[in-house]
Design a protein around this ligand. Structure first.
Ligand code: SF4
Ligand code: MG
Length: 318
């Protein structure tokens, strides 16, 4: 709720005060149990900062994060250790999450040991069951991470996260580091696990095709803010924000001879230090009107739980 994460950059001095990067600038959303919620946007839009604020890796500058009734932003360090079991995360590079000296089965037993779940035997059973669920049989148990492919390594990371039966899994670009052929396998695995285990997932990605396949609802972020938020089908079929339209138009079309008159997004996002006045998308927006350079549009329900932060959508002319 109203999540803010500001970073100070540079040093105060003759040139003026320290500058502030607004990585996350008043972001609110909720995830329902059993839902896969996607957050998409270009790199630097604040997606990962949202994840890190939720996980308390970087504590939020303002706002609240609640899991059921518990306000995570006010938890003590001890309470956070307990909470870690309920909120697991999977990041981009699997090798950063695995200890190179520990065999695969032990990697998955370890979180159970840390959280003192079950005895030695129960932990081994649980870990091997979870490895089987991600498609890694006993033949892999005694291997070290470097003996596995990138896709297999990410399966181990997933098994480590899921063995704790978390309430929510935060996946930040979990397959971006993998070969394209392996990406599809891991996405299908996530889909399968989601159905079998009833997982609740926050799925962060810049890849709209994957988000479309996997997510129930999608939030589109631009320069620290959510600019559009809707059910996946609704968002892809009827995008209302010009930025979302441009992102969707830029999805590669895998059909030979497909139409190529696509609206491509021009230029880079402006610096989050010097945000444009008015709508932060206005310097890149083909539809901008005078109002867009003066007033920042609020994120409003434009139609039946389809939220859009665009003046045109609000006037019904978008
Ligand atoms: Fe474009 Fe204006 Fe809508 Fe911003 S508010 S997205 S500049 S039309
Ligand atoms: Mg990121």
């Amino acid at each position: 709720e109203n999540l803010v994460r500001h970073f100070a950059v540079g040093r105060a001095g003759l040139l003026g005060p320290r500058l502030t990067v607004k990585a996350v600038d008043d972001v609110s959303f909720s995830i329902r149990k059993g839902e896969v919620l996607g957050i998409v946007g270009e790199s630097g839009c604040g997606k990962s900062s949202v994840a890190k604020a939720i996980l308390n890796i970087h504590s939020p500058s303002a706002g609240r994060v609640r899991l059921r009734g518990t306000d995570l932003t006010t938890l003590s360090a001890a309470a956070w250790r307990e909470m870690r079991r309920k909120i697991q995360y999977v990041f981009q590079d699997p090798l950063n999450s695995l200890d190179p000296r520990i065999r695969i089965l032990e990697q998955v037993i370890e979180p159970l040991t840390i959280h003192r779940i079950g005895d030695r035997r129960a932990r081994a059973e649980k870990a091997s069951g979870m490895l089987a669920a991600v498609g890694l049989g006993p033949a892999h148990h005694r291997k070290f991470p470097h003996e596995l492919s990138g896709g297999q390594q990410q399966r181990v990371v997933l098994a480590r996260a899921l063995v704790l039966e978390p309430e929510i899994v935060i996946c930040d670009e979990p397959i971006s580091a993998l070969d394209v052929s392996i990406q599809a396998q891991v996405v299908q695995l996530l889909q399968k696990l989601r159905a079998e285990l009833g997982l609740t997932i926050l799925f962060i990605s810049h890849d709209l095709s994957i988000v479309r396949f996997l997510c129930d609802r999608v939030a589109v972020m631009y320069l620290g803010r959510i600019v559009e938020f809707a059910a996946t089908g609704e968002l892809f079929d009827r995008p209302r924000h010009p930025y979302t339209e441009a992102l969707i138009a830029a999805i590669p079309i895998p059909v030979p001879g497909a139409r190529t008159d696509r609206t491509l997004l021009e230029g880079e996002p402006p610096s989050p230090i010097h945000l444009p006045t008015g709508c932060r998308f206005n310097p890149r927006c083909r539809r901008a009107i005078a109002l867009c350079r003066q007033t920042e549009p609020a994120l409003l329900d434009a139609a039946d739980a389809h939220f859009t932060a665009c003046h045109l959508a609000h006037e019904g002319t978008g």
